[in-house]
Design a protein around this ligand. Structure first.
Ligand code: FAD
Length: 499
């Protein structure tokens, strides 16, 4: 026997099963109402269930900021009454904002990896990459790391696939530049930088110059943080070379816009420029890279910079899976309504970098591709799916930007909490506190790494775990085949210019 509350759906508590049904699925469940008659919309009744329907299944594609928080919130709200399956190529949620600290040798790589199985109880995690979404049949196909192809039916689909590096048609970039989005890339860059300094000791003057020069293209928050962390790590390595290197270590931060951190408050850019310039980082604004080769890069001002280290932080575009759906996109992001559902497909939801969410605080604009929005949009999607089954109420997405923090390595940072700019040590303290509050796990481990880092010198060692060929930009774009787009929105070529 079960209790029926037809305003909220069916709540059943059998000996071995507990589940809840939405009103829309009442007819799928054959109910015998005690005595005669049927259940009216507002009637409570005791009925016998003759046939148990399948639990509703929500499939979440991607476990980044948006997908992780969507899965965790949905699981907490529905308390096991819904089947939640999450597909992601790694078994962890990567906390990207702390990745530059892995390259700088400040944090161990596992600190920025939040294990999905432990952090999201109630969510079934599947290792794989979704390669096809059959919208009409409500099914996704995914490929596991060993190449096995599998399919999953869904009642609700959450697309939280994030973004990928944006490649520009500049000669040599795909072959010679390194991206910065994964632990492998962060570890590789760290080893590569240290190797350049170690090999420079025995090199001739030209080779030494190439090895001691590092170029980061793109001075959004990623490029600025990578250059800051990288410079301090290489300076430490250089200081430890007996007899010195015979030449200074040179870092260039190249930005197409007239200032660094172009998407952030101009006051942060001024403070960051001052801090980095004092430290010796060369900042080249209104400049682009025109060509890259194994021995250097040519800049748009005509200068040839000899280097063997080119880091590409120019921007991102939404994951190509979005285009393959054949659903409307804006700037390559999936069009959603204010409840983050795809118009005409209430069963498909999107959030994070992959979703074109209108920014209620800046009419006519989309929400920026930031962790702050992705995380909140993931939670919003979870609330709206849960509301369809009687758990809470659906809500439109609204969020006022809370400001931004950029870690400049060492004891310096710049930040704009609720629009008020600060820099230096107070900004650093705030930045670290915000990360500790935001990361869902590993807090004690991160705090202990920071404490040890403050009390002892930086550890300068190469681990040699990642091959360069695996992390070139050209390698990054290779992934399991995504079917050709059915309707491709030409505007999808336009991608975010910073990250
Ligand atoms: C180095 C770096 C530093 C950053 N620092 C900051 C910062 O300080 N502050 C800030 O606000 N933002 C920062 N960002 C941006 C922020 O991280 C992104 O806006 C945010 O991660 C977007 O969240 P998301 O969930 O949409 O995508 P992601 O976090 O990128 O997650 C997408 C997930 O989907 C998975 N995926 C992709 N395709 C598929 C598929 N086909 N099948 C299954 N899974 C798939 C990916 O592997 C990934 O796990 C940074 C970004 C980078 C790269």
């Amino acid at each position: 026997m079960v209790k029926v509350d037809s305003r909220r759906g069916v709540w059943s508590s059998g000996p071995s099963l507990t589940w809840r049904l939405p009103l829309s699925r009442l007819e799928e469940c054959r109910l015998d109402v005690g005595g005669e008659g049927s259940i009216s919309r507002f009637q409570r009744a005791e009925v016998a269930v003759n046939e148990y329907p399948k639990r509703t299944r929500t499939v979440i594609v991607g476990a980044g900021f948006a997908g992780f928080h969507a899965g965790r919130t949905l699981s907490r709200m529905t308390k096991g009454t819904m089947e939640i399956v999450q597909v992601n190529p790694t078994d962890y949620f990567l906390y990207l904002p702390l990745l530059p600290e892995v390259t700088g040798g400040v944090l161990e790589p596992r600190r920025v990896a939040v294990p999905l199985a432990a952090a999201c109880p109630g969510v079934q995690f599947l290792l794989g990459t979704v390669v096809e979404v059959e919208v009409a049949d409500r099914r996704v196909a995914f490929v596991d790391p060993d190449g096995g192809r599998k399919a999953l039916d869904y009642d609700h689909l959450v697309l939280a696939v994030g973004s990928v590096d944006k490649l520009l048609p500049i000669p040599g970039i795909a072959e010679y530049a390194y991206g910065f989005r994964s632990i492998a890339e962060a570890l590789y860059l760290r080893d590569h930088m240290l190797k350049q300094i170690e090999l420079a000791q025995t090199a001739d003057a030209d080779e030494r110059n190439e090895r001691c020069t590092f170029v980061v293209v793109g001075a959004g928050y990623t490029g600025t943080e990578v250059a800051s962390q990288g410079q301090l790590a290489t300076l430490t390595a250089a200081r430890r070379c007996p007899g010195g290197l015979g030449q200074p270590v040179r870092w260039l931060l190249v930005e197409r816009a007239p200032r660094i951190l172009p998407q952030l408050d101009a006051r942060l850019a001024v403070a960051a420029t001052r801090i980095l310039t004092e430290r010796g980082v060369e900042i080249r604004t209104s400049t682009t890279v025109e060509e890259a080769s194994a021995r250097g890069v040519r800049l748009s001002d005509g200068e040839f910079v000899p280097t063997r280290s080119l880091v590409w932080c120019v921007g991102v575009r939404p994951d190509p899976l979005v285009e393959s759906l054949g659903l409307p996109t804006t700037s390559g992001r999936l069009v959603v309504d204010e409840f983050l559902s795809v118009p005409g497909h209430p069963e498909i939801h999107a959030c994070g970098d992959a979703a074109a969410v209108h920014d209620s605080t800046r009419p006519g604009e989309l929400t920026p591709m930031t962790a702050q929005h992705a995380e909140r949009q993931g939670r919003c999607v979870a609330h709206n799916i849960a509301a369809a089954y009687g758990y809470g109420r659906s809500r439109a997405y609204r969020h006022h930007d809370l400001g931004f923090a950029v870690d400049l390595a060492g004891a310096r940072a710049v930040a704009s909490p609720v629009g008020y700019p600060i820099s230096g040590v107070p900004a650093k303290v705030l930045t670290r506190a915000l990360h500790l509050l935001d990361i869902p796990d590993n807090r004690a481990r991160i705090a202990s790494d920071w404490l040890i880092g403050a009390l002892s010198p930086r550890q300068v060692v190469q681990l040699g775990l990642v091959e360069g060929s695996a992390v070139r930009l050209a390698a990054r774009v290779e992934r399991p085949a995504v079917p050709a787009p059915r309707h491709q929105d030409r505007r999808s070529e336009v991608a975010r210019e910073d990250n």
